[in-house]
Design a protein around this ligand. Structure first.
Ligand SMILES: [Cu+2]
Length: 808
């Protein structure tokens, strides 16, 4: 009975299973028990040339592979030997809500010194993984793989190898997030992915840059964090010499990266992609393949007669690679994936007339503006009248991606049920259409290319491509190569609930949300058992978001129609729309979130709720604690120690609130200190109030003047920071500041401030004794490291000087 999970297209059986509570699990008493013990501890580890504190499972990173057979009953004890709470989430596993492992939502956290026993029936097979769902612990090493063998083997191969991919930082993950929150440019500089103005201009992209700046965007973005190492099974380079010629090796590849998606390439002959997110797909020969964060893909690699096969992963932004070798002898190299051209992407996007800058933090979070938002922002269809983005996807067909004409899949599905496909020795479904005239298809493709010639947007012309241009700059990310061997559709009679989620984000403040509302300001998404929930994910940001739904497999609607694949994680490319749908056969509350950990912590998450009574065992573990993790205060400071002035700035900020303390002391003994509290009305606008102390009066520098100030701060189009205020003597003041990176590491900045003293409070007639004051400064900053910069500036009060800026 439990086998039905895989093919939710059998609605009758599924409906019969719906009865909330434990009964969904059926009788588990007779299942063979398979036990594991895991211990999570803090330990010194060296993954990237430096010994730092990491978090290990049973003393290792990644943790051990948990192996099961479908039909067993898993009992996994997780002991917490750390001084902080932890948790384990079983990613992609269908299990009772209580054991899903999201602390405070479905499962209690594992307190320091405590052990939690997770137990569930294994109702599926395939490649999955597990990881901590507490804060950023996954980045520190709390992840491992799960392999579940099917009751009956569906694929033929000789050996298998788990391949766990991840990213590694030597920094404390919370420091990484703090640096993202403060907008530190260092990570981009460090990995060479920043796009300073000199490069933009030399590429003739100033117009595009201005277009981006006008919409308050710095540029096209791919990945935010600098990683000194990317890992395969915990190593930057790893050898598996034990495979013999002719053997078929099933690679079970899992992306356990905290914020890195990868391009995978293989040396030797084209590998056979056989499964995605744990479930079998119609096998397809495919080499260069994208793996989003938290996805899993299984490939069967046939060992060559001679040499060892290189398996290479390249971080999506081209900032690093890792390699595994299978076999012995001469290396059969994997294709090199070129670094994406961010300036080129920006130019193309500017040309496509994309409307950016949708709010990541709306003014009125409770007001439903989803559809307005979708209409206003995103891909504007000006340049491609009458075409839907889906059409665009469907039109690109790269030969290298498949050994089967994709086009044919669009034909009448009823004629080609997947089960009718004969299987060859590798278990590959040999398509009836594989003999189809391939040249003809190529001609058609080329015709499409011609028709759309003006929007050819091949942004990564990697080696091995025959130079064919792509329609759409993100088409290489679509899932059209994934086809379920079975129909995945639901019965027409089942009611469908449609949900629109615009994916929104703000790089300046590193706030991530959906529909402009972060997790901390929203209610649960109510869904119903016995219904189909169809979610349209409309990405209005410049980043990819790998969206993961707990406890369910959803259909990712692609060109394969009724045979669209089932997945647990779907990558949504920038400015693209992806529709997923799933059948409600669960109970409880499930997390739905972006699997970039830093985006999840930034608020890009929702609770999907069947609105069933909360498990009594969750008493004392309020969900508000989970929500609060996404709305923490982050604090940072900066000290300028220069020959002409000393300045100190301290900021503490969560999503809506910010505290600022600033202190400035010039060589002429001018002193100004200010404490303000500000409230973000939306991403770009905040109101503030506070106290200002200044000794800078025309008559005497010993005379301190304390004033109360209120005002607004606003991030203008073209990214100017505007500060407009008035003090209790009714003196208005306006300030404007901007910083631009001219060269790698080198930025210029300018600040202008104008204050008028109308003398109103002193009861002088307006116009009499009117004085004004102008303050301005301009300078440059050269970043030495994440925390240090050399700076020099001219200030109209203090003159010329230079010194050191320290970020802490
Ligand atoms: Cu994201």
């Amino acid at each position: 009975m439990m086998k039905t999970f895989k093919y939710l297209s059998v609605p009758l059986l599924v409906i019969m299973q719906i009865s909330y509570g434990q009964s969904v699990e059926g009788n588990v008493d007779n299942l063979p028990i398979h036990e594991y013990e895991l211990t999570i501890a803090k330990e010194k580890v060296n993954k990237a040339g430096k010994e730092v504190m990491g978090m290990t499972i049973n003393g290792q990173i990644p943790g051990p592979t948990l192996e099961f057979t479908e039909g067993e009953y898993a009992v996994i004890s997780v002991a917490n030997n750390m001084d902080v709470e932890t948790s384990i989430h079983w990613h992609g596993i269908l299990l009772p809500n209580f054991y899903d492992g999201v602390p405070y939502l479905s499962t209690p956290p594992i307190e320091p010194g405590h052990t939690l026993k997770y137990e569930f029936a294994i109702k599926q097979s395939g490649t999955y993984w597990y990881h901590s769902h507490t804060m950023l612990q996954e980045q520190s090493g709390v992840y491992g793989s799960i392999v579940i063998q099917p009751r009956e083997k569906s694929l033929e191969y000789d050996k298998e190898l788990v391949v766990m991919l991840s990213d590694w930082t030597n920094e404390k993950p919370m420091d990484v997030l703090r640096n993202l929150k403060r907008g530190n440019e260092w990570y981009g500089i460090r990995k060479g992915t920043s796009t300073p103005l000199n490069q933009v201009i030399s590429r003739g992209a100033l117009g595009a840059q201005l277009d981006f700046w006008r919409q308050r965007m710095e540029g096209a973005d791919i990945a935010d964090v600098y990683y000194p190492a990317f890992l395969i099974n915990g190593e930057q380079k790893v050898d598996y010499p034990g495979f013999q010629q002719g053997e078929k090796i099933r690679l079970r590849i899992i992306n356990g990266g905290a914020s890195t998606s990868f391009w995978m390439t293989f040396g030797g002959e084209e590998p056979l992609l056989v499964s995605a997110d744990g479930l079998d797909v119609v096998p397809v020969r495919k080499n260069k393949t994208f793996i989003g964060i938290a996805e899993t893909y299984d490939f069967i690699v046939t060992m060559p007669v001679e040499g060892k096969v290189e398996f290479k992963i390249t971080a999506q932004d081209g900032s690093g690679t890792a390699t595994a070798f299978l076999g012995k002898g001469k290396v059969l190299p994997a294709k090199i994936v070129k670094r994406p051209d961010k300036i080129g992407m920006m130019q193309k996007m500017a040309k496509m007339d994309m409307k950016m800058g949708a709010h990541a933090l709306k003014y009125r979070p409770k007001k439903d503006e989803r559809f307005k938002m979708k209409e206003e922002y995103g891909m504007q269809m000006g340049g491609m009248q009458g075409m839907k983005s889906g059409d665009m996807d469907g039109m690109q067909m790269k030969d290298e991606q498949m050994n089967m004409p994709k086009d044919s899949i669009q034909m009448d599905h009823s004629n080609m049920p997947g089960t009718d496909m004969p299987k060859d020795s590798t278990g590959m479904a040999r398509s009836k259409m594989s003999g189809m005239d391939h040249t003809k298809m190529t001609n058609r493709e080329m015709k499409n290319d011609d028709a759309m010639g003006h929007m050819n947007m091949n942004n990564s012309r990697e080696e091995g491509t025959d130079g064919k241009q792509e329609m759409d700059m993100f088409s290489e990310y679509n899932y059209d190569y994934l086809k379920s061997p079975e129909k995945t559709t639901y019965d027409d009679n089942i009611p469908v609930k449609e949900i629109l989620l615009n994916l929104t984000g703000n790089m300046n403040r590193y706030i991530w949300s959906m529909n402009g509302v972060p997790l901390s300001e929203t209610d649960k998404i109510k869904i119903e058992g016995g219904q189909v929930t169809r979610i349209t994910l409309n990405n209005l940001t410049m980043m990819h978001h790998p969206m993961h739904l707990h406890g369910h497999f959803f259909r990712v609607i692609n060109k394969n129609g009724e045979y669209s694949p089932l997945k647990h994680t779907v990558n949504v490319p920038p400015m693209k729309e992806v529709t997923i749908e799933f059948y409600g056969n669960e109970y409880g509350d499930w997390f739905f979130h972006c699997h970039i950990l830093y985006h999840l912590m930034g608020g890009m998450a929702r609770v999907v709720s069947y609105d069933t009574p909360r498990d009594v065992r969750m008493k004392g573990y309020p969900v508000s604690k989970l929500v609060a993790e996404t709305d923490q205060f982050y604090s940072w400071g900066m000290l300028d120690a220069a020959s002409h002035t000393t300045a100190l700035n301290l900021i503490s900020s969560n999503i809506r609130n910010q505290f600022n303390v600033s202190f400035e002391y010039g060589w002429n003994k001018n002193l100004e200190a200010e404490v303000t509290y500000e409230r973000y009305l939306h991403d770009y606008l905040r109101v503030f109030g506070g106290v200002n102390i200044e000794n800078e009066t025309p008559k005497s520098l010993d005379n301190f003047k304390t004033t109360a100030v209120i005002g607004v701060r606003y991030l203008t189009p073209y990214l100017f920071a505007l500060d407009a205020r008035i003090d209790n003597e009714l003196r208005p003041r306006i300030g404007l500041g901007r910083s631009i990176m001219l060269f790698p590491r080198f930025s210029v900045f300018g600040y202008y401030e104008y204050q008028i003293d109308l003398g109103i409070v002193n009861n002088l007639p307006v116009g009499k004794d009117l004085s004004s004051e102008t303050v301005w400064s301009a300078g440059g900053e050269y970043m030495l490291s994440r925390n240090f910069s050399l700076m020099g500036s001219y200030d109209n009060r203090f003159g010329v000087g230079g010194g050191l800026s320290i970020r802490f």
